[in-house]
Design a protein around this ligand. Structure first.
Ligand code: ATP
Length: 464
C-alpha cells in the first residue's frame, strides 16, 4: 500500500458584512438570513426586491465557518479567525489569512485596519503581532536569563516583517522604496523574489531579496508597517477611484538576532559571488573567442597563434568555486540556526494577504459606470487580478485533495504562497470574504460569496 502523505488541514472561509458607507446611505440593505447547519458550518440566503423587477434570491451551500454581522468589530473577527492559530505559529508553523471582496468592501479595514491606536480596531495583522510579542516576551524571559543584556542576546526572539505588493509577474517591496522585484522559480524549485541589481561601493553587486525588518517591540513594528503602507499604490477600479490594484502581502516571522545575522551573511556572500561568477564566464568566453578562427567556408578551427589560456580559465574558475563554498557555508549557518533553536517558534509565520479588489460589472450599478472610465491598462490589470484569484482557488483545491501536482506556477501570487502553503500542513489557513450589505451591490456580493463557497468546497469544508 502506498504511504499516505500528511493531509493538510481544511481551509476555513468566513464572511464579514460591513456597515453601509456614507456613500451608500441612500440605499437600503438587502435582506439576508443565516442557517446554522452544524457546529462549524453556516449558509447564507439573500433576497432583493427591486422596484419594477422580479425579486432576486440566492442561497449558499453550508460553506461558511462563521458569519460576522455589520456590528462585528475587528477584535471579534481576530478572536475567531486568527487568535486560535497562535499556538501553531509558536510551534514553528505558517498560518495564512486572506481577505477577498469587491473594491471598497472592507479588505484593508479587516487585514490592516485604519485605526492604529485602538486595540479593538486593529486589523488582523496588527492584533496578531501584538499577541505574538506578548507571547514572545514570556519566552524571552526564559531564553535571556543569566545571559548578556537584552538586545545583545543573539537568541532573543523578535518579529521580522516583510511588506510587498504583487502585480502581474512582479513584486514591489514597500520596505525598499517600492523596488520592482522579479518573482522566479530557482533551480532548487523554490520561489525567489529578487530586486534590481544594485551596484555598491567598491564595485560590489547586491541583489536583495524582499527586505525583512527586524522589530523587537510591538510599537516599533506598528510604526514600520504604517510607514510601509503609505507607499501602497492606488488607481481607479470598478467600484471607486482609490482602490488598491495589487495584492498586498504582509508576513510576520519569528526571528532572533543569530538568524538575522546569518541571513544577512548569505546576502553578502551572494553579492560577492555575482561579480566573481561573471568574471569567470567572461574569462572563459574571451579565451574561447580568441582561440578559434573562421575559415572562408564558415567553419571554426583552432587558432594556432592563440591557444586558449587554460591556466587563466582555471584560476577564474577556482576563485568562483572558493566564493561558492563561502556561500554554502553561510547557507549552512542559517540551517544551523534552526537546528540549534532553543524554542520551536523560530521561523513560525503569520502571512496576511489583502487581495486586490475583484472586478465585477453589473448592468445598472455605479460600478459599471466607473468601469467604463477605466483605461485599457486598468482593464488589463482587472483581468490579471481575476486570473490570480482563480489560480488561488485551484491551488487550495489541489492542496485539499492532496494532489501530487499543485498548480503553484500559474500566477505570481500562488508562486509566492508556495512555501507558505507547503510549510504549513499542520497549520490553519483561512479566507475572510468582505461584503457590502447595500442593495446596489447585490450582484457583486453574490459573486464574492459564490467564489468563497467554491474555495470552501475546494478547501474541504463546504458543501455545494
Ligand atoms: N467592518 C467595517 N466597519 C466599519 N467600516 C468599514 C468596515 N469595512 C470597511 N469599512 C470602511 O469602508 C471603506 C472601504 O473599506 P476598505 O478600504 O477596507 O475596502 P477594500 O476592500 O480594501 O477596498 P479596495 O480593494 O478598493 O482597496 C473604508 O472607509 C473603511 O473604513
Amino acid at each position: 500500500m502506498s504511504r499516505q502523505q500528511p493531509q493538510p488541514s481544511s481551509f476555513k472561509v468566513y464572511v464579514r458584512w460591513r456597515p453601509l458607507t456614507p456613500n451608500e446611505s441612500s440605499t437600503a440593505e438587502m435582506e439576508r438570513s443565516v442557517t446554522q447547519h452544524n457546529e462549524s458550518t453556516q449558509s447564507i440566503s439573500l433576497s432583493l426586491q427591486p422596484h419594477f423587477h422580479r425579486p432576486r434570491t440566492w442561497k449558499s451551500g453550508a460553506s461558511f465557518t462563521q458569519i460576522f454581522e455589520t456590528s462585528g468589530i475587528n477584535r471579534t473577527v481576530f478572536e475567531s479567525v486568527v487568535a486560535p492559530t497562535l499556538p501553531q505559529v509558536m510551534d514553528g508553523a505558517t498560518c495564512n489569512f486572506f481577505a477577498y471582496g469587491h473594491s471598497g468592501s472592507g479588505k484593508t479595514h479587516t487585514i490592516v485596519g485604519y485605526n492604529y491606536e485602538d486595540n479593538e480596531q486593529l486589523g488582523l495583522c496588527l492584533s496578531a503581532a501584538r499577541d505574538l510579542f506578548r507571547t514572545l516576551d514570556e519566552v524571552n524571559v526564559g531564553l535571556t536569563t543569566g545571559e548578556i543584556a537584552q538586545g545583545e542576546n543573539k537568541q532573543e526572539l523578535g518579529v521580522a516583517v516583510r511588506l510587498y505588493e504583487l502585480r502581474g509577474r512582479f513584486a514591489f517591496d514597500l520596505f525598499n522604496n517600492s523596488t520592482e522585484c522579479h518573482v522566479r522559480e530557482g533551480p532548487d524549485g523554490q520561489t525567489h523574489i529578487r530586486g534590481k541589481t544594485e551596484i555598491l561601493e567598491g564595485r560590489k553587486v547586491r541583489v536583495r531579496p524582499i527586505v525583512a525588518l527586524p522589530c523587537w517591540t510591538f510599537d516599533e513594528l506598528r510604526n514600520k508597517i504604517q510607514a510601509g503602507l503609505e507607499m501602497r499604490k492606488t488607481g481607479s477600479s470598478s467600484a471607486h477611484d482609490e482602490s488598491s490594484r495589487t495584492h498586498a502581502v504582509l508576513e510576520l516571522e519569528v526571528v532572533n538576532k543569530a538568524l538575522i545575522d546569518a541571513r544577512n551573511a548569505v546576502i553578502d556572500r551572494e553579492s560577492e559571488l555575482v561579480p566573481i561568477g561573471k568574471r569567470a564566464t567572461d574569462v572563459y568566453l574571451e579565451e574561447q573567442k580568441n582561440a578559434y578562427i573562421r575559415t572562408p567556408e564558415g567553419r571554426f578551427i583552432p587558432n594556432p597563434d592563440c591557444p586558449p589560456n587554460q591556466e587563466r580559465i582555471d584560476a577564474a574558475e577556482a576563485e568562483k568555486r572558493e566564493y561558492e563554498t563561502r556561500l554554502k557555508a553561510a547557507e549552512a549557518a542559517v540551517a544551523e540556526c534552526f537546528n540549534s533553536r532553543r524554542h520551536p517558534c523560530l521561523g513560525g509565520k503569520f502571512v496576511f494577504v489583502d487581495l486586490a479588489g475583484s472586478e465585477y460589472f453589473d448592468q445598472g450599478t455605479d460600478a459599471s459606470a466607473v468601469g467604463q472610465k477605466q483605461t485599457s491598462q486598468e482593464r488589463q490589470q482587472g483581468r490579471q487580478i481575476n486570473a490570480d484569484l482563480f489560480s488561488l482557488k485551484e491551488v487550495i483545491r489541489a492542496r485539499a485533495l492532496n494532489s501530487s501536482r499543485i498548480p503553484f506556477r500559474s500566477s505570481s501570487l500562488t508562486m509566492v504562497l508556495r512555501s507558505h502553503f507547503l510549510g504549513s500542513t499542520k497549520a490553519q489557513s483561512a479566507m475572510v470574504l468582505t461584503v457590502s450589505p447595500s442593495k446596489a451591490q447585490f450582484a457583486a456580493t453574490v459573486n464574492i460569496l459564490k467564489y468563497g463557497s467554491l474555495v470552501a468546497v475546494a478547501g474541504g469544508v463546504g458543501q455545494k
